[in-house]
Design a protein. Structure first.
Length: 214
């Protein structure tokens, strides 16, 4: 599958590495194309056969079937609005969390979620799917990922797009769980706040994130 990862931070870098080494075509986008190209070079040093290229945001998103904005929550909607003319028909995957600066809670109200606000910003014709909201960036670079069997909760109002994302999540070693409609993101984003609080208070080291019994 052709996947655009927009952002070269820890989440973006981790997802780009995993999908490209799993054999997917990955297009890395950055405000600074040189940073995207540097990540491509880094990936290819370890996996020479990886099909991955670097460019700016628009060039990365244009050929993709699935677009993953890996930037802070406040930047997601503005970025997607800017790219809107080339996003029609593509799946957008929201991995962001609308966290307060001190991580004590969410900036959104109780009757919405960051994902729902992003969906309203992008409008119709651009299916939005939530995934990886409860995944710490450190886990994406863990060589023991397959043995940890972490779970990724996925939700969306578009069942076809959600099914595609569920497959792409499992392509990189996670167990993907269908969490229902997009409004479930209100719960998932709150779960991230809880994860951070527990990690800080108990030094829990959520190495594997949330894991649910079969």
């Amino acid at each position: 599958m052709k996947i655009a990862v927009l952002g070269t931070g820890r989440m973006g870098s981790g997802l780009a590495r995993l999908w490209s080494t799993a054999g997917e075509d990955v297009f890395i986008g950055s405000r600074d194309p040189a940073k995207a190209q540097a990540l491509v070079t880094e990936i290819k040093k370890v996996h020479p056969a990886a099909r991955v290229v670097g460019s700016d945001y628009a060039a990365a998103a244009k050929p993709a079937e699935m677009v993953v904005p890996a930037v802070p929550y406040k930047q997601v909607a503005p970025l997607l609005r800017k790219l809107k003319p080339i996003l029609k028909g593509k799946i957008v995957v929201d991995i962001s969390n609308p966290l307060k600066a001190d991580y004590s809670g969410l900036t959104t109200g109780p009757n919405t979620s960051g994902a729902e606000e992003i969906a309203r910003a992008t409008g119709r014709g651009i299916p939005l799917v939530v995934a990886f909201k409860n995944t710490f960036a450190s886990l994406l670079g863990d060589p023991g990922l397959a043995q940890l069997h972490p779970d990724v909760l996925v939700c969306s109002d578009d069942d076809k797009a959600k099914a595609t994302v569920l497959r792409m999540v499992e392509r990189i070693g996670f167990r993907a769980l269908d969490a229902g409609k997009l409004k479930t993101a209100r719960i998932l984003e709150g779960m991230t706040v809880l994860m951070i609080a527990l990690d800080v208070r108990l030094k829990a080291g959520f190495k594997s994130g949330w894991q649910f019994l079969d």
